[in-house]
Design a protein around this ligand. Structure first.
Ligand SMILES: [Ca+2]
Ligand SMILES: [Ca+2]
Ligand SMILES: [Ca+2]
Length: 469
């Protein structure tokens, strides 16, 4: 029996060994997952280029942990954000903005599920989508094509410009993703703007010291990378001269324009304290559209700004634009002299409370509704202590605001009391004050019409001298 037992024992051992070997051989390989996309795998009719696509997958021996997708596009539009390489996502739905040129384009999506062992579907689900898009349209404001558009961008500015525009897109204005804007010259210098910006402020550095005729180019680009036609604005960029800017803010529609312009040009030309200066004639360069002059950036190019709208009243929208600008300009060291009957007070272009602080005024004697020169004195007395002389007005001007200078301000000109029985104080028509690092001056009477003694230009130079000291 002994050999039999031995054989049986051997057989049992072999069986066990064989069993072990079998167990190793029958390990089940991981099955790759399967992938599905919503929609048929081919769409015949072109559809809108913004598509929400859904997919899912299933894995028979595990679970789907994510997906990889990629796009192939015809025509290729590199940089439009569609991944051409396999891209992993755990999401089962995504919104795609498919790039389109020439109104129709076809894109193919491949999606493959990935299981918990990292295996991917070897037969990805595919979807071929012909999609359409229409290019956006961009229009520069104040070129005459938009409602409320005054159609009169300046033909000349200093090297500063503020320009605004409107973008429209047939697929929805919100599909405009960005604007591209550049000045003539290398396109790689284009400024890329985000869609919330439909306005831009160009500063001197943007002009790279290139003056004369310049052209600004602007395009809108939508989320399908379709691009509007280029719109342009060509104008003359004038180089600044000197540190002083004279702003002529009285237009030829005012009968006294020529006289005012002549007075200030001659006066500045005769001032020994001013060698050269720049002039901005708002009417000549901008007319009723003056925001493109970009006053916040413009004034920074000068140490002193002299602004006249004398004897115009009320003052202009342009001076109103300065309301938010001049306090910080003066604070940080600029000098600002305004000669205007409409700067402050009744119908004033500048906010009184701010003006009082900057120019150094305690209060106003408001006009009383008369059409007369409200201070009712034609001889204007000087602050002789600082070297000024008496002036005489040669006409009748209504709406002059009389000021009480603040303690820290320097009074320049006044008319004495005595016009009305109740009058006991001087009426000040000119004040000058330091504010921050700079000086602010305000003349509320018509300097250009105060030349009966033939000395008004000379007195004007003295005021400028006081400011530049
Ligand atoms: Ca699996
Ligand atoms: Ca579009
Ligand atoms: Ca003028």
């Amino acid at each position: 029996m002994k050999p039999l037992i031995l054989i049986l024992a051997l057989a049992a051992i072999l069986t066990v060994l064989a069993g072990c070997a079998d167990k190793q051989n029958i390990t089940v390989p991981n099955l790759a997952p399967q992938t599905y996309v919503a929609l048929a795998d081919s769409v015949r009719n072109p559809t809108v280029y913004i598509q929400t696509l859904n997919w899912w997958g299933d894995d028979r021996d595990g679970e789907v942990v994510g997906f990889e997708y990629r796009w192939s596009s015809e025509p290729e539009m590199p940089g439009c954000g569609l991944p051409a390489e396999w891209t992993f996502t755990e999401e089962t739905s995504k919104v795609f903005h498919l790039p389109v040129t020439n109104s129709i384009g076809t894109h193919s999506l491949e999606v493959r599920a990935m299981d918990n062992e990292g295996a991917v579907d070897e037969t990805p689900a595919t979807l071929s989508l012909p999609v359409t898009n229409n290019p956006p349209v961009v229009r520069i404001y104040d070129r005459g094509a938009l409602p409320d558009d005054r159609g009169a961008l300046p033909d000349t500015t200093f090297p500063a410009l503020r320009i605004r525009w409107v973008g429209d897109d047939p697929e929805g204005d919100e599909t405009i993703l960005r604007y591209k804007l550049w000045l003539d010259g290398p396109e790689e210098n284009a400024k890329i703007l985000s869609p919330v910006n439909t306005t831009i402020s160009l500063v001197p550095a943007d002009f790279e010291d290139r003056f004369g005729t310049r052209t600004l180019n602007l395009v809108a680009i939508d989320s399908g990378c379709d691009t509007s036609a280029v719109v342009t604005y060509t104008w003359y960029v004038k180089e600044t001269t000197g540190d002083l800017l004279l702003v002529d803010d009285i237009t030829s529609t005012h009968a006294g324009n020529a006289k005012s312009d002549k007075f200030y040009a001659e006066a500045l030309g005769s001032c020994s304290c001013v060698a050269v200066y720049s002039e901005l004639a708002l009417e000549r360069y901008g007319g009723s559209v003056t925001y493109p002059h970009n006053f916040p950036e413009l004034v920074k190019m000068f140490e002193t700004v002299i602004w006249y709208s004398d004897p115009l009243r009320p003052a202009t929208e342009s001076l109103e634009q300065m309301d938010n600008i001049y306090p910080s300009y003066v604070q940080s060291g600029g000098n600002f002299l305004v000669i205007s009957l409409g700067a402050i007070g009744t119908d004033g272009a500048l906010t009184d409370s701010v003006g009082f602080e900057v120019f150094g005024i305690d209060g106003l004697y408001r006009r009383n509704g008369s059409s007369d020169f409200d201070c009712k004195r034609w001889i204007i007395y000087p602050n002789a202590g600082i070297g000024l002389d008496t002036l005489k007005v040669s006409g009748l001007y209504s709406g002059v605001e009389c000021m009480r200078p603040a303690a820290q301000a320097t009074a320049l000109f006044h008319v004495p009391p005595g016009v009305a029985a109740a009058d006991t104080v001087d009426y000040y028509l000119g004040v000058l004050s330091s504010y921050g690092e700079g000086k602010a001056g305000l003349l509320t009477f018509p300097m250009s019409r105060s030349d009966s003694y033939g000395n008004a230009q000379n007195e004007f130079c003295k005021v400028i001298d006081l400011i530049l000291q």
